[in-house]
Design a protein around this ligand. Structure first.
Ligand code: AMP
Length: 217
């Protein structure tokens, strides 16, 4: 089956995970989040988890080689025809490796790159208040998007968790890492695929409406 990969790129807290998990919930695509894969590995105490824990907890990037090993299988072994890749690539090395990987594949192609643009000051507030459902992955915010019942997911009743790297200090570091390592990648990718620039400081529904013009069933 032929598959299309869409890249969701933007600074921490920009809302790309929220949009990707909704697309998945509505059956439009698979959601492949490298952050989720790493957090699951840390939780399970696997060899990979032990290797990456200090990077993830401090908001620094996991070394490229580790990420490339992690991603190759995940990209090529999907079920649905469309996949949103959330959080990868994050460096030029990763971007070059992805483009090379896809150029060798006859069944997987790059559909486009969604760039979530937003002011850094808003990001800190968003990320510090972020809560994620440990069961279905839905994302809330204690200030901007609270659940009806404290600590309980509106959609599935799962328990909400607060990410260890969503503290003010770590978010600021992650924003700096994004500016230095990931943003330069946008220019590289714009020469390889369509770059779709999104104003991410808008209501979720409005952003979603724009995304599904591209990602359709
Ligand atoms: P995220 O959930 O996308 O915000 O990612 C959480 C953390 O996982 C990041 O701060 C990094 O420590 C690590 N991480 C996720 N994706 C990557 C990647 N592509 N390259 C390096 N580190 C990553």
């Amino acid at each position: 089956m032929s598959r299309t990969i869409w890249l969701f790129m933007g600074p921490p807290g920009c809302g790309k995970g929220t949009q990707a998990s909704r697309l998945k919930r509505e059956g439009l695509c698979e959601h492949l989040s490298t952050g989720d894969l790493l957090r699951a590995a840390i939780k399970s105490g696997s060899e990979l988890g032990l290797k990456v824990k200090s990077f993830v907890d401090s908001g620094s990037l996991v070394p490229d080689q580790v990420m490339l090993e992690l991603i190759e299988d995940a990209i090529t072994s999907g079920h649905l025809s469309q996949t949103v890749l959330d959080g990868f690539p994050r460096t030029i090395v990763q971007g070059e490796a992805l483009v090379k990987m896809l150029s060798k594949s006859t069944s997987v192609k790059l559909g486009g790159v969604f760039w979530f643009k937003i002011d850094s000051l808003i990001l800190v507030k968003r990320a510090v208040g972020r809560r994620t459902c440990s069961s279905c992955g839905a994302i809330y915010n204690i200030e901007f998007k609270p659940t009806k019942q404290h600590g309980v997911c509106d959609l599935c009743g799962g328990e909400l968790t607060h990410r260890k790297d969503d503290t003010e200090e770590t978010i600021k570091h992650r924003i700096n890492v994004y500016e230095a390592e990931t943003k330069p990648l946008l220019e590289f990718l714009s020469g390889k695929s369509e770059l779709i620039s999104l104003d991410a400081d808008r209501p979720e529904d409005s952003i979603y409406g724009e995304i599904i013009k591209y990602i359709k069933k």
